[in-house]
Ligand binder design. Structure first.
Ligand code: FEO
Length: 408
């Protein structure tokens, strides 16, 4: 765990976590950081505490002592969000002291009780409530429900204009030497943009209206630094991550980068022949192509890649009178994430009868996805020259139609 000063009286404690499934689902190809913040005035508050992923709190306590904070002297635990990556240490913290208050929203208070059984030292806060720590450090609280749980809030420190945003403005991706936006190399900026997209699309995107409200609430505050619970601290240009998050909300509703994702699966290579054929066509059009073979690809990567693309080509055969199951599963997951409005085109092989198309339509309707599909092309067995011709026309039409949806 590293200790990094982000302003007078404010430190970040940060650690990288690897080799876990985030939320028990999402593969972390490049890890994730967990960030806590300690704000010291006459009183001391810790915001969104973290511990080692093994649940042992000693690491955190040792690090607090190294920044001259005796864990027993912590007066307030500010709980912006109760998901256990930020709150899992409360139970063990109580073993060393009981002389503290938990500050959280009413929804979080119920979760504190149900998760950790503590209902004696909770102070529920509402929009605009403040907490004066002394020595000029003044915290205010701003509930932002459903980012991405109903309990969530932002905490703002007025003297340094620092916003502690927890999951909001977060990103996957480990931090090595650089922790502030102005320290990042161009490669790291690109890395965290993609890891931000991966995080947003895996964890947050189901809640677009709430995320937009949180963006509006951020704009109402005079923010100089954004200090999230995951990923870099934005002290030089916080407007960039605010704009990025707004752009990501657009990706959830049909916009995307000038990229086409081919989401494909093939049983014995018939559908694959058509996939190979269209790669060249897309290359000649100068469009970036992302190729995701299912079920080989992780769902974390699949969701992120589809999410950021302006168009999606689904290449999948009929299997047992229905859609090839790995593609059906992927599309259901995309639907659950409410990724809507993408420009799309499907083709695929069948043996003795179709059926894939019906199941795909059912998934789209059931999840209210409103994807804009060009007419599908199905072919029996291996694709013939006339099938490839129709597929080529579909691909070119897809590229044409996605142009109006590109947001970089
Ligand atoms: Fe980082 Fe929703 O927890």
């Amino acid at each position: 765990m590293k200790k990094i000063k982000i302003a007078d009286g404010i430190h970040m404690l940060t650690m990288n976590v690897e080799d876990i499934l985030f939320e028990g689902i999402w593969e972390l190809a490049n890890g994730v950081t967990l960030n806590s913040y300690v704000v010291k005035g006459d009183k001391t508050a810790i915001i969104d505490g973290v511990i080692g992923w093994d649940g042992v709190p000693e690491t955190l306590y040792k690090n607090l002592e190294e920044i001259d904070v005796n864990p027993q002297d912590i007066d307030y635990l500010i709980v912006n969000h109760m998901e256990p990556d930020h709150s899992g240490w409360i139970e063990s913290f109580e073993k060393i002291t009981k002389d503290f208050e938990i500050i959280c929203t009413d929804k979080a208070a119920k979760l504190v009780t149900s998760f950790y059984g503590n209902d004696e030292r909770i102070r529920v806060v509402k929009e605009g409530d403040t907490l004066d720590l002394g020595q000029g450090k003044l915290l205010s609280f701003h509930p932002t429900p459903n980012v991405h749980w109903p309990d969530t809030m932002l905490t703002y420190e007025a003297s340094t204009k620092t916003l502690f945003s927890c999951d909001m403005y977060g990103a996957f991706g480990r931090m090595v030497d650089h922790h502030f936006d102005d320290e990042l190399t161009p490669e790291e900026v690109e890395f965290f943009e993609y890891e931000g997209i991966r995080y947003f699309s895996n964890v947050m995107t189901t809640f677009i209206p709430s995320l937009r409200k949180a963006i509006e609430k951020t704009k109402e505050l005079d923010v100089k630094t954004i200090a999230p619970g995951h990923g870099p601290v934005y002290r030089s240009n916080p407007q960039k991550i605010i704009a990025d998050y707004y752009r990501f909300t657009q990706y959830a509703q049909g916009a995307g980068k000038r990229e086409v994702t081919i989401l494909w699966g093939s049983m014995y290579g018939m559908t694959k022949k058509a996939v190979d054929y269209i790669k060249d066509i897309l290359d000649k059009q100068g469009v970036k192509v992302n190729i995701l073979q299912m079920p080989q690809e992780s769902h974390s990567e699949m969701i992120a890649t589809v999410f950021k693309s302006a168009a999606v080509i689904i290449a999948a055969p009929t299997y047992e009178y229905r859609l090839f199951p790995p593609i059906a599963t992927a599309m259901e997951e995309i639907g659950r994430k409410k990724i809507s409005g993408k420009t799309a085109f499907r083709f695929g092989s069948y043996g003795w009868s179709g059926g894939a198309e019906n199941e795909l339509k059912g998934i789209l309707e059931r999840n209210k996805m409103n994807w804009e599909f060009i007419e599908s092309v199905e072919f029996q067995g291996s694709p013939k020259a006339e099938d490839l011709q129709k597929i080529e026309e579909g691909v070119l039409d897809t590229i044409k139609r996605m142009e109006g949806k590109i947001v970089e």
